[in-house]
Design a protein around this ligand. Structure first.
Ligand code: HEC
Length: 120
């Protein structure tokens, strides 16, 4: 077999096993998802118009999310998604979110440092 053909064969093998590895990886991600704040930051691009770039809102009707606990954010998003909490904007935003997206979004907002200071 000419070396080129051999190389082609090896590359094909590698690509196939690579695809398998990726498939196995995504399977393990869906079964037990470790929250990924970096991915949450990417997903949060569609939230920034209302909640601000780092979860601090300028709109008095929109709550801050920066530094909020991941537990609370996750619960709020699931409540909107299933309709136990309703808001015309948030119900729309939460409907298409997968559990893994919610975990990542919650991890992102929870990871933002936010400090509070009591008035003098
Ligand atoms: C069109 C504006 C808008 C967009 C876009 C939006 N939100 Fe909201 N969000 C709101 C408003 C308004 C509320 C308060 C609703 C209420 O009173 O329940 C809210 C509430 C929330 C809450 C509950 C906060 C609390 O303190 O109880 C969470 C969590 C949240 N949003 C996350 C998100 C995430 C994550 C995205 C992006 C996927 C997003 N929002 C996109 C307007 C928006």
């Amino acid at each position: 077999m000419p070396p080129d053909a051999l190389q082609g064969k090896i590359m094909k093998r590698l690509t196939q096993s690579g695809a398998l590895a990726v498939a196995a990886l995504s399977l393990s991600v869906t079964s037990s998802h470790a929250a990924d704040a970096k991915n949450g930051q990417v997903l949060a691009k569609k939230c920034t118009v209302c909640h601000g770039k780092i979860g601090v809102s300028n709109d008095p009707e929109v709550p801050n999310l920066a530094g909020q606990s991941a537990f609370y954010i996750e619960k709020a998003l699931k409540d909107y998604r299933q309709g136990t909490r309703e808001d015309r904007r948030m119900t729309l935003m939460a409907k298409p979110l997968e559990d893994a997206d919610i975990k990542d979004l919650a991890a992102w907002y929870a990871s933002i440092k936010f400090t509070a200071e009591a008035p003098e």
